[in-house]
Design a protein around this ligand. Structure first.
Ligand code: PMP
Length: 359
């Protein structure tokens, strides 16, 4: 058996080049005479790697000097809570909710701040974005939180919302590094690593300096972004292997043309897949066209029995993890940076065959 094309929503496909690099130095990394997983995070070699990974990410995303880059743990979910603890304490915060991850972010924030739903697409089943003129933003909010790419529903806010002077906080777990981005428009960008960055266990956060000075909830140091920033994200032992892999992925992105090239490739992949779905007369995607995700493409066949058959047969054909999220059903193809165009072509060709046999 060989590696299949992996359409998993996360943990997700990683660049094969990076996996091979990791394989080649799994036993002996750098000059350590040990693997990267077996050395101290405070040793020279690891610190040098950590610093290089930050420099590489800063260059890739053109991160301005007045932002810190943190390499944290806890998954994006923990930061649903930690963000309000750090920057929303005692005030209120606005949430733009366009899917299940946004809903979860609101729920986790509630114990720490008055988390207001300023806009939600719930009434439309999250198949459409709430129109801008319905957003009820409060200019005194501590921040505005949104999820530019909702991984489960496959819906995206493609333009950066203008929220005035209120810091904009974005959960970019499933679209970080997927395209060019003006970081200066954000207060915080954060992402669980396990889609476009590396293995799980790592959260990358880009946070504007002034937000580190806000009064926080009474809490232990370990939860404070300011303390992590002061200590190079090494207040405790970081997720060393995930961090190392993230560094490798940053170099891979740079080698392949940077985020602008990723964006072009991602648009080409998504356009090809949506065009086929829309023209197939067999498959459908329910998301309003202007808000379709470039990363996660949910689709279904004419009925659930065929969906089940599709998932089973596609897996056997080496097209992995196409089963849709349990709350949505059908299928979902996640086509992150590391999914080559050949994977999307193989999927479309399988879809054509399947439709011809079952239509
Ligand atoms: N936000 C988004 C947009 C996600 O796709 C996910 C799931 N991977 C999460 C948050 C939760 O991430 P984690 O499992 O790292 O807490």
């Amino acid at each position: 058996m060989s590696r299949g094309f992996n359409f998993s929503s996360g943990p997700a496909v990683l660049p094969e080049e990076v996996l091979k690099e990791a394989q080649a130095e799994l036993l002996e990394w750098s000059n350590a005479r040990a693997s990267v997983m077996e050395v101290s995070h405070r040793g020279k070699a690891f610190i040098a790697m950590a610093e290089e990974s930050e420099r590489d990410l800063r260059a890739l995303m053109s991160i301005p000097a007045n932002y810190k880059v943190l390499f944290l743990q806890g998954g994006a979910t923990q930061h649903f809570a930690q963000i309000p603890m750090n920057i929303g304490f005692g005030g209120s915060a606005d949430y733009i909710v366009t899917g299940q991850w946004g809903q979860k972010a609101v729920k986790e924030a509630k114990p720490y701040t008055n988390a207001r739903v300023a806009a939600t697409g719930e009434a439309d089943g999250f198949l459409k974005l709430p129109p801008r003129d319905t957003w009820q933003l409060d200019s005194n909010a501590a921040y505005v939180h949104y999820t530019p790419n909702e991984t489960i529903g496959g819906i995206a806010i493609h333009d950066i919302p203008d929220v005035g002077n209120v810091p904009l906080v974005a959960d970019m777990s499933s679209n970080i590094l997927a395209d060019t981005l003006d970081v200066s428009k954000f207060g915080i960008i954060y992402a669980g690593a396990q889609k476009n960055i590396g293995p799980s266990g790592l959260v990358v956060m880009i946070i504007r300096d002034d937000l580190l000075g806000r009064p926080t909830a009474p809490m232990a140091n370990i939860f404070k972004y300011s303390a992590q920033a002061a200590d190079g994200s090494m207040l405790n032992t970081p997720a060393t292997f995930s961090w190392y892999m993230a560094g490798r992925v940053f170099k891979w992105v740079a080698r392949h043309g940077g985020v602008a090239a990723m964006g072009e490739r991602n648009r080409a992949k998504a356009e090809r897949l949506y065009r086929y779905i829309d023209g197939s007369g067999f498959y459908s995607n329910p998301i309003e066209k202007s808000a379709r995700s470039l990363m996660n493409v949910p689709f279904r066949s004419p009925n659930e029995t065929l969906d089940e058959k599709f998932v089973k047969e596609s897996e056997a054909a080496g097209l992995l993890a196409l089963k849709g999220h349990r709350s949505v059903g059908g299928m979902r193809a996640s086509i992150y940076n590391a999914m080559p165009i050949e994977g999307v072509e193989a999927l479309i060709s399988f879809m054509q065959d399947f439709a011809a046999k079952n239509g």
